[in-house]
Design a protein around this ligand. Sequence first.
Ligand SMILES: Cc1cc2nc3c(=O)[nH]c(=O)nc-3n(C[C@H](O)[C@H](O)[C@H](O)COP(=O)(O)OP(=O)(O)OC[C@H]3O[C@@H](n4cnc5c(N)ncnc54)[C@H](O)[C@@H]3O)c2cc1C
Length: 505
Amino acid sequence: MLRTKEQYREGLFKMKPNIYIGGEKVGRDDHRLIPGINVMDTTFEIALDPRWKGVATATSSITGEEINRWAHLPQNPYDLLQKQKLIRLSARRVGGCIHRCMGHDAISALAICTKEIDEAKGTDYHQRFINYMRGYHQKDINGCCAQTDSKGDRLKRPSEQPNPDAYVHVVEKRKDGIVVSGVKMSITQVAYADEMFVLPTRALMEDDSAFAVAFAVPADCEGVHLITRPVWHREKDEPDASPFCRYGVSDSVVVFDNVFVPNERVFMCGEWDFGRRIALLFADSHRHSYSGCKPGVSDILCGTTALAAEANNIQKVGHVREKLSEFAGAAELAFAAGVAAAVYGEKTSSGVFFPNKIFANVGRRMTGELIYHEYNILTEIAGGIAVTLPFEDDFHAPDTKKYLDKFIVRNPKLPPDVSLKIWKFVENIGASPMSAWYEIAGVHGGGSPIMETIALNLDYNYDRKKKLARYLAGIDPEFDDSADLALEPTFGMSLVEDPKGQQKK
Ligand SMILES: Cc1cc2nc3c(=O)[nH]c(=O)nc-3n(C[C@H](O)[C@H](O)[C@H](O)COP(=O)(O)OP(=O)(O)OC[C@H]3O[C@@H](n4cnc5c(N)ncnc54)[C@H](O)[C@@H]3O)c2cc1C
């Protein structure tokens, strides 16, 4: 089923109020949440747009019906390529983060890990999860992912923390389900999601088995409290405001205060030895999602820089052209890493197709490291106006308009109203609360940079590179590189074929 944005909002606004903003308990229709809800709307709109059929939609592997791609469990490289494309096109439409990839990455991780736990331990988590997903597909549910625990003292494991609520954990096991408590934080989208997937955030030891818990609950479930921080642009959401200003985001501290989770929604409980696996499955899938999202953010920063250069009448200057090419390098290398991750991915025992970890991590690491540099290029080309521009009302007030209309024009080919729109946009992109959000999300979203290093060091074979160097240095007589070059693209799977006859873009 594909819901309309009106159906999504109707369901959302009926949810129980469990959100706090600035000390107030608010409903989901609070005006500070609307910029994020506007982003969600587009995820339903794009899926119903015939131009994006097969990109924004997919055929459910569970019900066989057409569903929103955000709810789809990827079955082949083609699915991963289409996800990447969907994220880039969505990011360009809303001016950045589309918020829904975390839910997508969580369902991939859960599908794979529940199967692997069952294979190792004889449990029945996978079938439970598939049963749950049937309803998810039939109702076109919008899910988020709460993985990051508040974590307390970073050098202590969950069971060593003086405050056990630093990590979400099981406090009671009942016949019909479990009771959980603890605090997750920095959770995007939960304030306007239908459902929340909860996963462990790190590798666990036997003592931590109470913390090895994964489940799904409605975002307004009894005992769940959301303490929410909305972010939006400087400009108001007025009819004449730019489309970009309609969008924003909210992140929440999620408190689980003795929350009952029925068995059919519990997908891991006590299997501490799968803590690392499920945490990395989510993180690696999320890093592949970045290969669609970050190129979209680069596209926006590149376009804004080019527009600022035009408004300054320096668009043909050599150093400007050179700086613009840096955006092209960042965006397209990240996108290419995502394509490689899809093409060299692997079919897991669950049937879910998973991106190649090395390519997903190197792409994500590069874009994380470059994010401040890209903002710096915009700042260099735009000048200081992003933080010194008078308020918009001064451009319309009779006493000041006559001065400001002259001051705002730098390129004589651009009239004052267009020049003002450009500089307000530059301010919103480069010097608003959203700019800071994108910079920090670029570094930490999907895991801090050190996590990509750890993921690479788990899988990348440095020893074989050393053996290559030993051969070239004449220390060893031979070097067998068959293992290094054994990686084959998964052409045997439907990489480019489109069995359902879905339209390709
Ligand atoms: C904008 C934004 C949106 C987000 N959305 C989501 C979301 O929807 N869902 C979700 O689950 N998470 C989300 N996150 C959380 C994100 O995954 C985390 O910020 C990230 O994993 C880093 O964790 P942290 O913020 O707790 O930083 P920390 O883990 O505290 O890291 C800070 C520094 O401490 C170091 N450090 C931490 N632990 C150790 C240790 N044991 N030993 C040595 N060094 C250590 C790190 O390497 C890093 O340099 C979001 C984050 C941001 C910024």
